[in-house]
Design a protein around this ligand. Sequence first.
Ligand SMILES: Cc1cc2nc3c(=O)[nH]c(=O)nc-3n(C[C@H](O)[C@H](O)[C@H](O)COP(=O)(O)OP(=O)(O)OC[C@H]3O[C@@H](n4cnc5c(N)ncnc54)[C@H](O)[C@@H]3O)c2cc1C
Length: 444
Amino acid sequence: MEKNVVVIGGGPAGTTAAISARRYYPNASIKLIRQEEKVLIPCGIPYVVGTVRFLEKNLIPDTVLSKNNIELIVDEVTSINKEAKTISTITHNTISYDKLVLATGSSPLVPPLQGLDLDNVFVVKKEIEYLQKLLDALDKAKDVVVIGGGFIGLEFADECKKRGIQHVTIIELLHHCLLLACDEEICKRVEQKLKERDVNLLTDKKAESILGTKKVEHVQLKNGERVKADVVILGIGVVPNVELAEKAGLKVDKKAGVWVDDFMRTSDEGIFACGDCAEKRCYLSGTPVPIWLASVGTTEARIVGANLFTTRKRMECAIGIFSTCFGDLAVGSAGLTERRAKELNIDVVTSTITAPDKHPGGIPGAKELGVKLTFEKDTGLLIGGQVYGGSSVGELINFIGALIQHKMRADEIATFQMGTHPMLTASPIVYQIINAAEIASTRR
Ligand SMILES: Cc1cc2nc3c(=O)[nH]c(=O)nc-3n(C[C@H](O)[C@H](O)[C@H](O)COP(=O)(O)OP(=O)(O)OC[C@H]3O[C@@H](n4cnc5c(N)ncnc54)[C@H](O)[C@@H]3O)c2cc1C
């Protein structure tokens, strides 16, 4: 009998789940339903401001669906009847399924700030028309205020400078930007780089309200200061889209997402969930964690695709691996920071190694590459890593993520075999990950 799969959501998770389902179940009928005609690459949204410039150049091509024989339906799903195994859409279609995948994503977190309804105040929606209005407003702006110094806020701020905006200010509640993802010493490097790139940073500051008559004019801080603003961009986080699942009677936590087991099954055996709408659990404590990343969502989606009709793969909890860059400085983080580990009362040993990313260090284009590894003291288990340097950071942090996922210990990593090349890597003598692990293993 032909298997009938319906995926709700056309973002990174829904698209990947549909493609994986095709690979594992070549004869299945697969439909993907999404609200948008065209889907933006969400991680590329900040780069539309300065680097890419046009929203149309930042799209997930629909050919990834057509090439995989996935039927695309643009519509909004309004309800799920899990007993009848059907969904209803806004155009009054009823579609049946054998297996349903929820990949309904997330929406921007909107804080209870006065003045949010003023013109030129934007959150980061993944919608073309909405973002076009932001771009149009930026074209007339001299003063832009970004509220939130996480990676999305910083990327927007840096891109606003690239667009030629005169004054760009970031307002961050915590002591440093990026502090939820990186340890202080790495945050400081990023802050220094942003200052060099003429971004104004106001850390340890709380935005209290947004002021203006029709249009935004200022952001009022709790300390009484006012920051001039023609445009305000809020990038303070997201909330999972769980309404459909909740209405259908699935187990849901409004903040954490749709509950899933280790095989990405929801509380109903015919329904799976993945991506930002699905709950993530910390790989150490097993408790829910707010890790909303396309990288994690697509890993979950591949597990969903594999498990739809036969249980094949298990999700190893969410490690949370991220990277970003500002000019020639890239930073990445995987797993727990030293700070977070200490908050969780985990006794840690850390080691940081810095060396050129080519050898000899005088080779043209060589850059300083720093690796910090954090190990659990008792067991020597790698629980976190951070990297800063040039463009190799993006892949190096993924490698560290794999070491964490595979539960490697300091003494094992210290004797890891690596390949090195003068033009491509650090010298084998100073190779950062291995030296950091070797030193940490002697400190335990
Ligand atoms: C500016 C920005 C930068 C980011 N940068 C990075 C990065 O560098 N790296 C990274 O890993 N992550 C990044 N992220 C996070 C990443 O974008 C999200 O984790 C990712 O988009 C989640 O994918 P998703 O498919 O779960 O959900 P979404 O992308 O939110 O997609 C949800 C989909 O569900 C559909 N949908 C929802 N409800 C319905 C309904 N009722 N009926 C029909 N369709 C429905 C929507 O139409 C949409 O197609 C960034 C996010 C933003 C906003």
